[in-house]
Design a protein around this ligand. Structure first.
Ligand SMILES: C[S@@+](CC[C@H](N)C(=O)[O-])C[C@H]1O[C@@H](n2cnc3c(N)ncnc32)[C@H](O)[C@@H]1O
Length: 503
């Protein structure tokens, strides 16, 4: 592979990019890397690519600078209904399964396009949903599009496209869903556009699933033509986290060039004539045979649980609501200190590892034995929220609030569950209470800022984002924020920086 700049320097740049962005530009893609870095260096006004690489290697870049560079290295190539068979499967199999069987009672549907570029993919999903479910405005509908490139997200939000973005579609499609605007461009129908919500999210650096960025309890995730850029270890880590984001029985859709038995071994493959999609089982297939996180009760006569041979959707089991007559019982260790018995810690560890159904079983047992412990209600609420059982999640929040009405963290948790339920007004009310009880609640301000922004109240949104930044200035950058699923103070500042610039 011939390259025109110093090969050693290019390899050093490739290592840097691999370490900081998770992208893989091995020996065989060095020429491609050179081309992209040269384009990036020109845009950043460097006359020599070598100087740019030397600056890159010597200057400590902020996360957002790294991401801006990533935006130059990865093209946002996409178009409406790209790889049509995915949408045929969505419309003919997945959506009917969700709409008429599994989600019919709660009337809620959650779909995420991860690495959505300029929005063609999530908007195609929205069109498919509106075709299969004409009454979708009566449902609690979440179609989330995320990307790490703020320029792409800005364009996605405008929803104005060229013929190039529509090259995979027929003439009637343009007529039906678009309005002609200046320069031979087309604006997407307002109702379809309103179904999609865009968020800035770096799949390599950011936390998910998380109630705070609404990436939990997804029914379907599209991650197409994104994983292929990552190193294999990063691919694995991202896929594992996406697995945790799905409800049991949820679907993961990749590009057909990215299917892999090894990488998606935690899922079962569902084969269609032209395509494979992945589905999360109700009982984790591989994990069921790994060493348990918690001590087995050896006195139990029940045989150990095995992975099902027939992969059929099983309804989510819900925890029995505990009786509420006793006071909290903490076990006491030899030094006389109260602590939660292992059942709680086991359930929390299973929750962290995305093993929600098992976590639910254990915490239900723990709650039965310790019915006054608010911690067990909080954990149960979070597990239910990640399983998409929103009514149960809210009920558990209320049980915890019955014990402590003035805990801002509980009101914040309830707000995020209302947010997941699409109940924006209720979420705003809970966030207002959170901030009344603790005006320095960082995530309270941030989440309220996000909700205000989505509602179009940009002035109030900005105020809450500014409050968040001010509060964050009192934290070390590496401090992990409370109840934020691993989000650090530094990263949240960067996210707000990007969001406010996007405005
Ligand atoms: C080729 S486009 C794919 C667009 C769409 N999914 C499709 O298949 O048509 C790849 C997108 O992934 C995004 N991307 C790359 N790395 C990412 C990361 N770490 N986090 C989030 N998005 C990322 C890029 O910004 C780009 O928009």
């Amino acid at each position: 592979m011939t390259v025109s700049i110093d090969r050693g320097l290019l390899l050093a740049a490739s290592d840097y990019i691999s370490e900081h962005m998770g992208f893989s530009f091995g020996e065989e893609r060095l020429a491609d890397l050179e081309k992209k870095i040269t384009a990036a260096s020109k845009e950043l006004h460097y006359s020599k690519t070598e100087d740019f690489i030397e600056w890159l290697l010597s200057a400590p870049l902020s996360e957002t600078q790294v991401e801006s560079l990533a935006g130059h290295l990865i093209i946002g190539e996409t178009y409406f209904f790209r790889e049509k068979q995915a949408y045929e499967i969505l419309e003919n199999h997945i959506l009917p399964d969700l709409i008429y069987r599994r989600r019919n009672e709660g009337r809620s549907l959650r779909i995420w396009s991860a690495g959505c570029a300029t929005g063609e993919e999530p908007c195609s999903i929205a069109i498919s949903v509106s075709k299969v479910l004409p009454t979708c405005n009566e449902w609690n509908m979440t179609i989330l599009g995320t990307d790490l490139n703020p320029r792409f997200l800005r364009r996605a939000e405008k929803a104005v496209y060229s013929n190039w973005s529509l090259r995979g579609t027929d003439a009637w499609f343009k007529e039906r869903y678009f309005q002609k605007v200046e320069n031979g461009r087309f604006r997407l129908d307002r109702q379809i556009r309103a179904m999609v919500n865009y968020k800035y999210l770096n799949l390599v650096k950011d936390s998910f699933p998380s109630l705070s960025n609404n990436t939990n309890a997804m029914d379907v995730i599209f991650i197409r033509n994104v994983l292929m850029y990552f190193r294999q270890d990063i691919q694995k880590a991202v896929i594992e986290k996406l697995h945790h984001c799905l409800v049991p029985g949820g679907y993961l859709i990749t590009s057909q060039t990215e299917t892999s038995h090894t990488l998606f071994s935690d899922f079962s493959s569902v084969n269609y004539p032209d395509a494979i999609v992945y589905r999360k089982d109700t009982v984790p297939v591989n994990k069921a045979t790994t060493a348990p996180l918690f001590r087995q009760d050896t006195s139990s006569k029940k045989p150990p649980r095995k992975a099902p041979l027939v992969l059929k959707y099983q309804p989510v089991k819900t925890a029995p609501v505990p009786s509420f007559s006793e006071q909290p019982k903490l076990s006491v260790d030899s030094a006389g200190n109260g602590h939660r018995v292992s059942g709680y810690n086991d359930a929390a560890a299973l929750f962290e590892r995305g093993r929600y159904l098992e976590a639910l079983e254990i915490i239900a047992g723990y709650t039965d034995a310790h019915p006054g412990d608010p911690g067990s209600y909080i954990l149960t609420a979070k597990i239910h929220a990640n399983l998409g059982n929103l009514e149960q999640a809210l009920e558990m929040c209320d049980r915890a609030l019955d014990i402590n009405r003035t805990d801002p963290a509980l009101h914040y948790l309830k707000a995020t569950i209302f947010q997941e339920s699409g109940k924006t007004e209720e979420a705003i009310k809970e966030l207002t209470t959170t901030l009344y009880l603790d005006r320095d609640h960082v995530l309270g301000h941030f989440t309220l800022g996000n909700l205000m922004q989505t509602a179009g109240n940009h002035k109030r949104a900005l105020k809450h984002f500014q409050n968040t930044i001010e509060l964050l200035s009192g934290y070390e950058r590496d401090t992990v924020l409370e109840d934020a699923d691993g989000l650090t103070a530094g990263r949240l500042s960067e996210i707000i920086d990007v969001i406010t610039k996007r405005e």
